[in-house]
Write a protein that binds this ligand. Structure first.
Ligand code: ADP
Ligand code: ZN
Length: 435
């Protein structure tokens, strides 16, 4: 089944003509309403009228996460605040998080695209969907929620965490689908088993998993443990939120990018050159229908490739392969994005903590763990109440990481000059996770 038969199966030439028209419109719009774009287009020597074919998109400059931070919070909005009906933000008060805005029509589009995702997964209005993505500033919870309502399904707004309750509702409400991160799905399966629940005999038949990278092997394990068909969904708040692309249940190979709303390119992250279809590189997105927060050639930093072959399901939209990594040092810890620089910013705000740290990322069962090893100043150790002081520092780090970045960490305080000295932030990170 296809939710929007007309737009999801447009013949390639028609689709590209539509993209062209919409691209021209958005380029005109941002050039004349957003100071940042006027400046960046002028610097690149390109005028909106220069965009005459789809290939001309390559003449437009990229937009980066740094540009979003520099224009924090609303500098890139293309409509007055009176037209903005929703704001979302990524984690990190200290790292100047990315803030995104939506008009009523943007929310409408997002809801439709999420409804398309559910239908691509084989769901209908007769399904009950347990939504275990976090509600709040993150786009995950509400994005899924609105899409499920648009479809007409029954949505359980469970949000993340609270595993015992999740399992209880899985038994009592009998949802037929669940949405969460793949690692949380595994955690649910394990906890359920530990509670003596036969997780294979629930009513669940479909799982829609995203927000972090996963593998075919993980798909197999989840499908066996929960007795579901597991599907991959991709999105990022800057571009919209969940529902930028979605696997179809027919093929389950690559996620269809909703090309009537987004133009996707793959570039070489070093040179910025556009790569031919099929080659691995960094995904770049241009939104062509968004009103409040249009984005031109946004560098996602996600590494993937495009699959141009037609798909069995009948959708004409191009597919993107699984995201295999990032071209920057962003970490995804239990679905929450954090940069080492944000962690550092929190640490430097704490008294008696030195700016020398190491981050050890690992997995305990299916769940990510993050240990922060950090040096404390020498004076602490000579203090007579050292043990108490150290405990307080530890508690403070745990609390601030949770409050500012939304992540839970383990802390290991070490004596001065015991950690290696690193040139760049990335080498302070040891990621031991095997996916
Ligand atoms: P979300 O709530 O979907 O995580 P964010 O904007 O916080 O939205 O995070 C977006 C990032 O999450 C993406 O740039 C990508 O790195 C990662 N991500 C989202 N979906 C997937 C997926 N299906 N596979 C791999 N990574 C994903
Ligand atoms: Zn398909």
């Amino acid at each position: 089944m296809i939710y929007n038969e007309e737009f999801e199966t447009l013949p390639r030439e028609v689709l590209e003509a539509l993209q062209m028209k919409r691209l021209q419109q958005v380029v005109q719009k941002v050039y004349h309403t957003v100071g940042f774009y006027k400046k960046s287009f002028d610097e690149a020597g390109v005028k909106p009228d220069d965009i005459r074919t789809l290939a001309d998109i390559e003449r437009l400059p990229f937009t980066t996460k740094q540009d979003l931070r520099d224009n924090y919070p609303f500098g890139l909005f293309a409509v007055p605040m009176s037209s903005v009906v929703r704001l979302h933000a990524s984690s990190g008060m200290t790292g100047r998080s990315t803030v995104v805005g939506y008009t009523k029509r943007d929310i409408d589009t997002w809801s439709e695209l999420m409804a398309r995702c559910f239908v691509a997964a084989g769901l209908t209005k007769n399904d009950i969907i347990q939504n275990a993505y976090g509600y709040g500033l993150f786009t995950g919870g509400l994005g899924i929620h609105y899409g499920a309502e648009r479809l007409g399904a029954s949505v359980i707004p469970m949000s993340g965490g609270n595993t015992k309750r999740q399992i209880m509702l899985l038994q009592d409400f009998g949802p037929t689908a669940i949405c969460c991160t793949p690692s949380y799905a595994l955690h649910l399966a394990e906890q359920g088993q530990a509670m003596g629940v036969d997780m294979g005999s629930l009513k669940l038949r479909v799982g829609i998993f995203g927000a972090e990278p996963w593998t075919e092997k993980m798909r197999q394990v989840i499908e066996d443990a929960l007795n579901v068909t597991a599907l991959n969904i991709y999105g990022l708040s800057e571009v919209m939120g969940p529902g930028v692309s979605m696997e179809c249940v027919e093929e389950r190979r690559g996620m269809h990018v909703f090309e009537d709303h987004f133009i996707v390119e793959v570039i070489d992250p070093q040179t910025g050159k556009v790569l031919p279809k099929g080659e691995q590189g960094e995904l770049v997105f241009t939104t062509i229908t968004k009103e409040a927060f249009p984005l031109i050639r946004y560098r996602s930093r996600d590494i993937s490739s495009l699959i141009a072959e037609p798909c069995r399901c009948g959708r004409s939209h191009i597919r993107m392969d699984r995201v295999t990594g990032r071209s920057d040092d962003m970490l995804i810890i239990r679905g929450v994005n954090v940069f080492p620089s944000q962690i550092e910013a929190v640490l430097v705000g704490i008294e008696d903590v030195e700016p020398h740290y190491r981050l050890i990322v690992d997995r305990e069962g299916p769940l990510d763990t993050l240990e922060v090893q950090v040096e404390v100043s020498g004076s602490v150790f000579s203090d007579s109440g050292a043990v108490k002081v150290l405990q307080n520092i530890e508690r403070r780090i745990v609390r601030d990481m949770r409050d500012y970045l939304g992540i839970s960490v383990r802390v290991k305080l070490v004596e001065p000059k015991t950690l290696g000295r690193f040139e760049d932030k990335a080498s302070r990170v040891l990621d031991k996770r095997q996916r």
